[in-house]
Design a protein around this ligand. Sequence first.
Ligand code: ARG
Length: 594
Amino acid sequence: MSTQHTEQVAAQDKISSIGLEVKGADLENNILDAFRSRIAVAIAELSEKSADDIFALLDAPKNPEHGDFALAVPRLRVKGNPAQFAKSWAEKFVANEYIVSAAATGPYLNFKISHALLAKTLLNHIYGKKENYGVNQTGVGKTALVEFSSPNIAKPFHAGHLRSTIIGNFIKNVHEANGWKTIGLNYLGDWGKQYGILAVGFEKYGSEEELLTDPIKHLYDVYVKINADAENDDDVNVRARAYFKKMEDGDEEALALWRKFRDLSIGKYKNTYARLNVNFDVYSGESQVPNEKILNALAVLKEKNLVQESNGALIIDLKKYKLDVVVVQKQDGTTLYITRDIGAAIDRYEKYNFDAMYYVIASQQDLHMSQLFKILELMGNEWVSRCKHINFGLVKGMSTRKGTAVFLDEILEQTKISMHNVMKQNETKYEQIDNPEEIADIVGISATMIQDMSAKRIRNYDFNWDRMFSFEGDTGPYLQYAHTRLCSIERNCGLDINPDVDVSLLTERPAIDLISMIAQYPDVVKGALRSLEPCTVVTYAMKLSHTVSVALETLWVMGAPKDLAEARLLMYWATRITLGNSLKLLGLKPLERM
Ligand code: ARG
């Protein structure tokens, strides 16, 4: 290429990019936006509508044969016959380096893009971005606080907590991928009368040694035993209430024991969460809500005439909002779950000045959350509009062979054993794996997580021990397998990744489909922030895996002429990066071998 030609191209690029500042287009991070912008600018000139509006309306054609982008002309709201406009704009459209044709189908305008240019710019872009491919900076400067998991000390870690952990981690990852700063917070159930019961129980059944070996299990055992006693012996309840009152009054001795339970439990939780690839920036909890924040909140509520006395307790009547009556203080002056939530929300806003706060909690607590948000609003906290309850449905049938699972590591252990059994069924493959236990652990966890995130959050689902571990169908193992296949191509082909190969050799239909699929990933990341539905990313990862498996049937790297082999290798490498990035976004650890 002559210098003169290079200069000419550069100058042209500059000119064309001047008219290309379309709102919503992210030319830095989304290669498809360069194509969309050119369509938007061209149609803006013909239609006298703004390029920004046209850009926002561009969609994928219903029938992929029709092209790469479609514009439903009626949605532009121009006066006249949309089909007529579509026809005349298609005729006037001047093809360019990016957009090779425009055609009208009824009121739709369909565009075909240059796949050679897409392949070249996209693969180059991914080569530069690697692990960062797909992310954008739209959230820079904003902070999201994500409260998730939040189990109760001395009580079972149930399916609801598992879902909250998986979905919450995803919500956090999605915000980071969109440029937000995030704070992951675990709001432990570590306060309330039940800790009085636990203390009374520990005196009778507790063992220092067992507490140190497995705090979560031991405290649970103690709790079960003392609760059985409490059924027949009201003295337990009386002492428990008195103990909790001491805790609320700040009695150091009462608090020291409780603190020990809490610290040991957190230590154990951390290990188990690590297995799930989850960590928290803050271990908070109901106990950590500053008393003064609660007292202040109660004062504001009184001052605004929002509370009433009822038999010595304080209540808020929310019946006119169809939200029942809420008790915020008991007769003995102690606080309740909701009171602590009110104080906690205010405390968090003051501490973190968040732009968004998410509560990832099962839909059983819909009423509680609506009450909380309504109370905060009535108190005059306008920032309540930044808070959102991320709710989800129930899981049925999550029991292990030994019965109902009560601890997170029990659930994970059962998953690992089941996955290991499935792996052993394929003897030849099994023998090639050096670390089957570790692989079984990761694939088993992937199976559990993908099953959880496959449908809309609000849907209930059955924990299906057989289906989720299958390597066929829309499962976690299937996704991991697709990833490892791509890794093995890179390992075994004997070629290096070369970003300068001639990608115009990638002309077959399966290659074009695969490249278009990879190109959509930045849209998926952006869309996930809007919907906050993990299934959107699962669906994408599944489609990408199907598309690559179709390509792998015919487009081989090994045995192809060197330049073609290199071009295909670069395409599969970019697929592996994209699939890996989507798995990480979902919270999975992408495997290289299995
Ligand atoms: N610990 C509670 C439970 O297990 C969940 C806490 C939810 N978060 C909140 N801010 N209320 O039911």
